[in-house]
Design a protein around this ligand. Structure first.
Ligand SMILES: *Cc1c(COP(=O)(O)O)cnc(C)c1O
Length: 353
C-alpha cells in the first residue's frame, strides 16, 4: 500500500538566519519534519509539516518505559548541486529490526524511503556543500499510548528531523577500555538502535570524559576481555597489515558504515577479519609494535582516528595521523563515493527525486 504524503510548508524559512556550513552538530534543525502515526493497526496520517514541538500526554508510555528506537543517516550535496542519500534502505531495514526487538511496529517502506526523499527534497537548500559536511537525518519512533502500565504500546509516532552538520569529531581522540560497566549484555538490546542503550552509557561515558577519554571502548559484559564497539561507532584495528574488527555477536550494533568499510576494503584486496578481538591481543600487538592503526566508523563520526587506547591506567599510544595509510584510504574512498567523485559501483547513493 502506498500512503499519500500531505505537505504543509512553512511560510518563512529559517534558512537565511543560519550558517549551515558551520552548524554545530545536532542543534540546528531544518524547516520541516516528517511524521506518521500508527493507530494500532496501520500507519496513517503521513505528513511533512513545519518543524516544531510535540504535544504529548505526561502519561505517554515512551516517557516511562523507554520504548523508543532511532536511526542516523546522511544526505550529501555533490559538486553539481544534486543531493544524494547514502544507503537509506539499510537504515530502514535496521530500524525495522530494532522495532521487532522493542515490540514496536515495523515502518512501511514507502513512508520511510519516499517520505525521507520528499522531506529532504523540500528542505534541500539546507544540505551544506563543504567537504565533510552533510544533512544529518534522524528518523525515530516512540510509543504514544496514554497509559502508565508495563506493556507494549498500541500506538506509535514515527518522525524524521534533520540538521546540517560538519564532522562529529574534529580531531583524533583517546578511548578508554571499559572494564566495569557494560553497554550491552547477551540477550539484551545491544543490537537494537534504541535510546535506552544510550541512557545506560552516559554515566560511564562521563567518568571516561573526566579521565580524559572522549569515548569508551566497550567490552563484553561477562569478562570485559573482548572489544565490542565504541559509543557511537564500530571500531577497526590494523594489526600487522591486517584489518581486524569485532564480529557481530548480537551485542554489537550492525553499522552501515562498518558494512561499507568492510566491502570497500575487501574489494580492494585488503585482508579483513571479523572475529573476536581481545584487549590482551591489542596490548601484545602494541608492545610488539604491530598495532598500526585504529579508527571508529559511524554515520555521525564518519571515520574517526583514535590516538590512544587507555587500559589499566596506561595509554597505549598509536602512530601519528600521517602514519595511517589504511584509515586515510578508507576515509578518502568512502567520502569520494558519498560526494560523487568516484563511480557508485555498489549503488549506494540514492537520489531524492
Ligand atoms: C549508530 C551506531 C553505530 C554506527 O552505525 P552506522 O550505521 O554506521 O551509523 C555504531 N554503534 C552504535 C552503538 C550506534 O548506535
Amino acid at each position: 500500500m502506498r500512503h499519500e504524503i500531505k505537505i504543509e510548508q512553512v511560510s518563512n524559512s529559517k534558512l537565511p538566519n543560519v550558517d549551515i556550513e558551520n552548524a554545530p552538530f545536532g542543534r540546528t534543525f531544518t524547516d520541516h519534519m516528517l511524521m506518521a502515526s500508527f493507530d494500532g493497526e496501520a500507519w496513517t496520517d503521513v505528513k511533512i509539516v513545519p518543524y516544531g514541538p510535540l504535544m504529548l500526554s505526561p502519561a505517554t508510555t515512551s516517557l516511562h518505559y523507554g520504548q523508543e528506537i532511532f536511526e542516523g543517516m546522511k544526505a550529501y550535496r555533490w559538486a553539481n548541486g544534486e543531493v544524494k542519500l547514502f544507503r537509506p534502505e539499510k537504515n530502514m531495514q535496521r530500524m525495522n529490526k530494532s522495532a521487532v526487538r522493542m515490540a514496536m511496529p515495523q515502518i512501511d517502506e514507502d513512508i520511510f524511503l519516499d517520505g525521507i526523499r520528499k522531506f529532504v527534497s523540500l528542505d534541500q537548500a539546507w544540505v551544506p556543500e563543504r567537504e565533510g559536511s552533510s544533512l544529518y537525518l534522524r528518523p525515530f519512533m516512540i510509543a504514544t499510548d496514554e497509559y502508565v502500565g508495563v506493556k507494549a504500546s498500541d500506538t506509535y509516532l514515527f518522525m524524521v528531523i534533520a540538521c546540517p552538520v560538519v564532522s562529529y569529531y574534529d580531531a583524533p581522540f583517546k578511548v578508554k577500555v571499559e572494564q566495569y560497566y557494560s553497554r550491552a549484555t547477551n540477550g539484551g538490546t545491544g543490537e537494537a538502535k534504541c535510546g535506552g542503550n544510550y541512557a545506560a552509557s552516559l554515566y560511564p561515558a562521563n567518568l571516561g570524559n573526566e579521565a580524559g577519554y572522549k569515548q569508551l571502548l566497550w567490552t563484553d559484559s561477562k569478562e570485559h576481555k573482548y572489544i565490542e564497539e565504541s559509543g557511537t561507532m564500530n571500531v577497526f584495528f590494523v594489526i600487522d597489515g591486517i584489518v581486524v574488527t569485532p564480529e557481530l555477536n548480537g551485542n554489537v550494533l550492525e553499522g552501515v558504515t562498518r558494512d561499507s568499510v568492510i566491502t570497500l576494503l575487501k574489494d580492494n584486496n585488503y585482508t579483513v577479519e571479523e572475529r573476536k578481538v581481545s584487549v590482551d591481543e591489542l596490548v601484545a600487538a602494541h608492545s610488539a609494535g604491530t598495532l598500526q592503526e585504529m579508527f571508529g566508523a559511524g554515520t555521525a563520526a564518519t571515520i574517526a582516528i583514535i590516538s590512544a587506547i587507555g587500559y589499566n591506567g596506561v595509554d597505549l599510544e598509536l602512530p601519528s595521523v600521517d602514519d595511517r595509510p589504511v584509515s586515510k584510504w578508507v576515509l578518502n574512498t568512502i567520502s569520494d563515493i558519498r560526494m560523487g567523485r568516484l563511480p557508485d559501483k555498489y549503488n549506494w547513493m540514492v537520489s531524492i527525486d
